[in-house]
Design a protein around this ligand. Structure first.
Ligand code: UD1
Ligand code: UDP
Length: 372
């Protein structure tokens, strides 16, 4: 890593990773490690989009990520306010650093802002997790990913569908690389740390439980929607314990709707990566709207009930344990799973192609070729 924040480096010398929100850290870890092992000079710029210890620093401690070279501290705000702060901070940072490549991850506001700034400064952009599409423009992530892909010089895709979407949108095939899934690299690299028996002890977990995590605006921003979800989660909890690490976005709304009032609903603060994936591994089923969790359950073979009308990760349905549901289906589906219909009607076919723990290496190989 380069040392001083905002230091001026010679042009073309350095690859800069932009991370800011929880899923970015999990995806960046294997790419940073693979570039490090090739001796490529790199810096990590944290935008500060997520800033609580449990949403940010814990991932650096657990995943062997180097301390960020700089933290722009943009914090929370409306889309416009947050994106504006990101644009200003990143423009200054890229102007000072003159990176040879900017690497962006996923579909959060930090991703879009970094791609936009880099493109205007004529700095090449590599997008990790390119080509995912929900075809739902009401999701801020869909806007972020579409624009980021158009601005990217290299598109690293996790699935064949993503490659097809990029082709349909006119992205040059030579800039698209199907490399596998870095989030799964991180999962596989840490498998022996996911000790369910130990977590049962430290977190006092019941033998059988459903793990839940919800943070999408469509699920957590409207109090009426939250009230409906809470009623269904309470119905689920009438027959099985529900353990939910609560994302800060929905915390106040879930508390106001009385989610924790049911004796078998256990609300936790956001968990660090190792505890969280262990919680998922030990669960009978997962209720979620997270993108990453749909993928992790696919590899762990845990039934995943995704409270969304669509997914940009259909491979987790065709090749995994994922199923899209509406909240009224939850009690019945969980009852079926508890009764022994192990995957609740989903099937575990075969692991998606290249989800083998080597995506970071493949990305580093392509980048090394570009850097000469
Ligand atoms: C963001 C991403 C979303 C991703 C999610 C992962 C965008 C548009 N959305 O959503 O795609 O799935 O991260 O978790 O980029 N907050 C805290 N502490 C923190 C961070 C956030 O309390 O450390 C609270 C603030 O009240 C903030 C709210 O959470 O306003 C939302 O944070 P924000 O980063 O804007 O979006 P997320 O919902 O986290
Ligand atoms: N995660 C975590 N602790 C939690 C919830 C999630 O470590 O309490 C991890 C999860 O395993 C996955 C990543 O965070 O690797 C996904 O982040 P999130 O669901 O916030 O974002 P999304 O994938 O929906 O963009």
């Amino acid at each position: 890593m380069s040392s001083a924040p905002n230091s001026t480096v010679e042009p073309g010398a350095e690859v800069v990773h932009i991370v800011g929100a929880r899923p970015n850290f999990v995806k960046a870890a294997p790419v940073v490690a693979a570039l490090e092992s090739r001796g490529i000079r790199q810096a990590v710029v944290h935008t500060g989009q997520h800033y609580d210890d449990r949403m940010s620093a814990v991932f650096f401690r657990e995943l062997g990520l180097p301390r960020p070279d700089v933290d722009l501290g943009v914090g929370s705000g409306s889309h416009a306010a947050q994106t504006a702060a990101l644009l200003v901070g990143l423009e200054q940072e890229f102007t000072n650093r003159s990176p040879a490549f900017v690497i962006v991850y996923g579909d959060v506001n930090s991703t879009l802002a970094a791609a936009l700034v880099a493109a205007k400064l004529h700095i090449p952009v590599a997008h990790v997790e390119a080509g995912l599409r929900s075809f739902d423009w009401s999701m801020p992530e869909e806007v972020n990913r579409r624009v980021t892909d158009q601005l990217s010089d290299l598109c690293f895709a996790t699935s064949p569908e993503a490659v097809a979407h990029l082709a349909n949108e006119g992205i040059a095939p030579e800039s698209v690389h199907l490399v596998g899934n870095p989030m799964i690299d991180t999962l596989l690299a840490n498998l022996d740390r996911f000790d369910v028996a130990a977590l049962r002890g430290t977190r006092d977990l019941p033998d059988t439980y459903v793990a839940a995590t919800l943070h999408r605006p469509a699920n957590v921003d409207d109090p009426a929607t939250v009230a409906r979800l809470v009623a269904r989660l309470h119905e689920v909890a009438d027959s099985v314990d529900v353990v939910m690490p609560v994302h800060p976005r929905g915390r106040a709304a879930f508390e106001a709707a009385g989610l924790g009032d049911h004796p078998r609903v256990h609300l936790l603060e956001p968990l660090g990566y190792v505890e969280f994936v262990t919680l998922v591994r030990g669960s009978t089923a997962v209720v979620t709207d997270s993108g990453g969790v749909q993928e992790e359950t696919t590899i762990l073979g845990v039934p995943c009930l995704t409270l969304r009308p669509n997914t940009e990760r259909p491979i987790t349905i065709t090749h995994g344990t994922n199923r899209l549901v509406v909240e009224s289906e939850l009690p019945g589906l969980v009852a079926k799973i508890l009764a022994g219909d192990a995957l609740g009607g989903t099937t575990l076919a075969e692991v998606p192609p290249l989800w083998d723990g080597r995506a970071g290496e493949r990305i580093a190989a392509v980048l090394a070729g570009e850097l000469g």
